[in-house]
Design a protein around this ligand. Structure first.
Ligand code: GUN
Length: 292
């Protein structure tokens, strides 16, 4: 078993991005600037956005965090999106999801200028992804692809089962892994809550990707000997032994599954840091595209 160390891989990417920033500085060029909109105080969202801002600082990107109370009206948020769209100093921005129930997420996502949509959630970027045209790829699936690429995971002709069909992970990843690329060329099965015989299906997987947000769902009896396992789950569970009172738990029962695998990504330290790394790569790309 080899660990798919997302923390180490992301650190390598961040070092490459920091070098690119230094080179730009020396040439007197603009430094990438990422803005993030955060609505409310959900613990998970606050810590994701904090990590994104910290990553900007570590790399040398500029960052702006815009916070709203969770009662913010939809039209105020839309106005902010529109002002970021036309703000020349901002190269890319994100609106952290989920948003409170009174706000239409799709409306907000569709209001973002696709050229600044570094999360790759706008329908135009998702459409470009399907057609293999240039655009921004969603950060988590792109981070998983990069984790596989940098760790030389063979994917061609492999049976890949993805658990979870969310718009931001399972569905785009199923398309990316089926494309004629490397990584890619997998035979993909996208499983979800209505899928029958999920255990038997998982046992056929050469590559199993769990993105359902159900702690410890994948157990050893669901895993083929030598499979590659990627765990996208990040659920907070109470843990009185920790000072902060919780810990992050993945969708895979790591201790019993790991010995059966060829590669496995841990939680934390697997996909999470890669999501942030790919957001940073998208931000640099947004700025370079704008310069062209
Ligand atoms: N919520 C969970 N993951 C993400 C992400 O990658 N981007 C945004 N904007 N919200 C999220």
């Amino acid at each position: 078993m080899k660990l798919l160390d997302g923390k180490a891989t992301a650190a390598q990417i961040q070092a490459e991005l920091a070098a690119a920033v230094q080179a730009r500085k020396q040439e007197g060029k603009k430094i990438p600037h990422l803005a993030a909109i955060l609505v409310g105080n959900d613990g998970g969202s606050v810590s994701y956005v904090t990590s994104k801002v910290k990553a900007c600082e570590a790399i040398g990107f500029e960052s702006t965090l815009i916070r709203y109370d969770e009662t913010v009206p939809e039209d105020i948020l839309l106005e902010k999106v529109q002002s970021l769209n036309v703000d020349r100093s901002i190269d890319g921005f994100i609106v952290q999801l989920p948003l409170p129930k009174h706000i239409d997420e799709l409306k907000i996502t569709q209001a973002i200028d696709p050229k600044k949509d570094v999360d790759g959630f706008h329908p135009r970027n998702l459409g470009n992804m399907i057609l293999n045209l240039p655009g921004f790829l969603p950060a988590t699936p792109a981070g998983i692809m990069e984790l596989m690429r940098r760790n030389n995971i063979e994917t061609e002709g492999k049976n890949c089962v993805i658990l979870g069909r969310s718009n931001i992970v399972g569905t785009p990843l199923s398309i990316m892994l089926a494309r004629n690329t490397n990584p890619g060329n997998c035979t993909v099965t996208l499983a979800h809550s209505k899928t029958k015989n999920i255990k038997a299906l998982c046992r056929e997987a050469d590559i199993l990707i769990a993105a359902i947000g159900r702690p410890n769902f994948v157990t050893a009896d669901m895993v083929k000997e030598g499979a590659v396992i990627i765990d996208v789950g990040t659920t907070r569970v109470d843990d009185a032994t920790r000072e902060r009172g919780w810990r992050l738990v993945g969708d895979v029962k790591f201790d019993e599954v790991a010995p059966k695998t060829s590669f496995i990504s841990p939680v934390p330290g697997g996909v999470g840091p890669m999501t942030i790394a790919s957001l940073m790569m998208n931000t640099l790309k947004a700025m370079e595209l704008k310069a062209k």
